[in-house]
Design a protein around this ligand. Sequence first.
Ligand SMILES: Cc1cc2nc3c(=O)[nH]c(=O)nc-3n(C[C@H](O)[C@H](O)[C@H](O)COP(=O)(O)OP(=O)(O)OC[C@H]3O[C@@H](n4cnc5c(N)ncnc54)[C@H](O)[C@@H]3O)c2cc1C
Length: 289
Amino acid sequence: MLRPFDYYRPRTLSEAIKLLSETGAAALAGGTDLLVNIRSGKESPQVVVDLKDLPELHGIHLEGDKVWLGALTTMGEIVNAAAFRGPLGILSEAASVVGCCEIRRRATVGGNICNASPGADTAPALLALEAEAAIRGPGGARSMPLPAFYLGPGRTALGPGEILSGFFIPRPPEGSRGTYLRRTRVKGMDLAGIGLAALVIPGHGKRNHEVRLALGAVAPTPVRAREAEILLQDQVVDALSLTRAKEVLRRSISPRATSLRASPEYKREMAGVLLEMALSKLLGEEYAG
Ligand SMILES: Cc1cc2nc3c(=O)[nH]c(=O)nc-3n(C[C@H](O)[C@H](O)[C@H](O)COP(=O)(O)OP(=O)(O)OC[C@H]3O[C@@H](n4cnc5c(N)ncnc54)[C@H](O)[C@@H]3O)c2cc1C
């Protein structure tokens, strides 16, 4: 049974911030995490503030050389958005594996990040894209790189009364390609036991590419794998560089990253497998692994 709570659906950002600050309410986006938690008794807010009518939290558009992605954008909208094809396609690939069709119609990207699950599927893609989190609150507007937004499992940098309004995503150069791969326990609906996002940004010639890697469900928060990135940067990816990068990637996985879905040993093994799959997909002929 759903515990009773007071429900507000403000029409303005200032009203929402006031309600959140004064009542310590829970913010509601799609509700696919929050309502499940309320139903199970994991959370029991007295007040819930629905964010859906706040125009500042919607939309996908270009702002200079960055794409603005409103926090309330659903997974389904990301999958269908022209902006998230090509260089930014990595995010729609990640959004496309979340839950099922019904969940993707409700679940928002902002909720996925604010829920701060280490295995949230859009997080590695947003980390690889170097997205910035945009925040509105009693003190005005502020923004921060996504890694700073994550403080731990279920914990974010949002202060009292603050709302994640969206993300600024720098558009990688044309020709950049990314992929998001994950392993789940079952073929149907399941959360990631491990997820890996890889983005290759081409340079001039075979060696001048940048490789960005980010992992989900391997540490208390989703993480960039910078050490492994350095080993692949500006290199022809051959058997040797791949073996080194896999080793570094495996070592970056916390020995305490155990979950219902996968042991740390499994995650370490699969991190290497996913890296090899991703590079072979993204680098094609250049890949000599
Ligand atoms: C059946 C099922 C399958 C699922 N499968 C997957 C999956 O495969 N992969 C995956 O990653 N997740 C999965 N999920 C989890 C969930 O769907 C996602 O985390 C979803 O993106 C959460 O978004 P939401 O809009 O529903 O958030 P809500 O449930 O509304 O909110 C989640 C949390 O974020 C806070 N919040 C939301 N928006 C904001 C905001 N703008 N500012 C401040 N705080 C905010 C809320 O207060 C709450 O604490 C699944 C869930 C279900 C029920």
